[in-house]
Design a protein around this ligand. Structure first.
Ligand code: HEC
Length: 97
């Protein structure tokens, strides 16, 4: 009996971990977020054209504005995307090629 309870607990823990891990990949990967979210309505060329030209605050403002066109990005998505783009070099191969 005890063993069954213990195994059930372990299984629940493993499932919680797996769910958390998959959730995180989509949320923490800036490159993936940009290619998935910022190429939906227009090409990434618009974004690539201005890499290196904006302060982190300007990126945050731009991404907030883009999000508003489709019902809003979450604060986490905005932080992640603007953080990535503010660091990216002009012509960043991960999103511009
Ligand atoms: C729901 C559609 C939509 C999504 C999603 C979207 N955009 Fe836009 N974007 C537009 C439209 C429409 C314009 C032109 C009008 C304007 O500038 O507001 C535009 C214009 C732009 C411009 C040129 C204007 C400027 O101020 O430099 C850039 C750069 C840009 N988008 C980047 C992005 C980035 C980065 C993302 C991802 C976070 C994104 N867009 C997601 C619709 C979208």
């Amino acid at each position: 009996m005890r063993i069954t309870i213990l195994l059930t607990c372990l299984l629940a823990l493993a499932l919680a971990f797996a769910a958390n891990a998959t959730g995180e990949t989509t949320v923490t990967d800036g490159t993936e977020m940009v290619t998935a979210e910022c190429g939906k309505c227009h090409g990434l060329d618009r974004t690539c054209a201005i890499l290196g030209n904006k302060t982190p605050e300007e990126w945050t403002a731009l991404i907030t504005r883009m999000g508003e066109k489709k019902g809003g990005f979450s604060a986490e998505q905005i932080a992640l995307i603007s953080g990535y783009l503010a660091e990216a070099e002009p012509g960043d191969p991960a999103i511009c090629e």
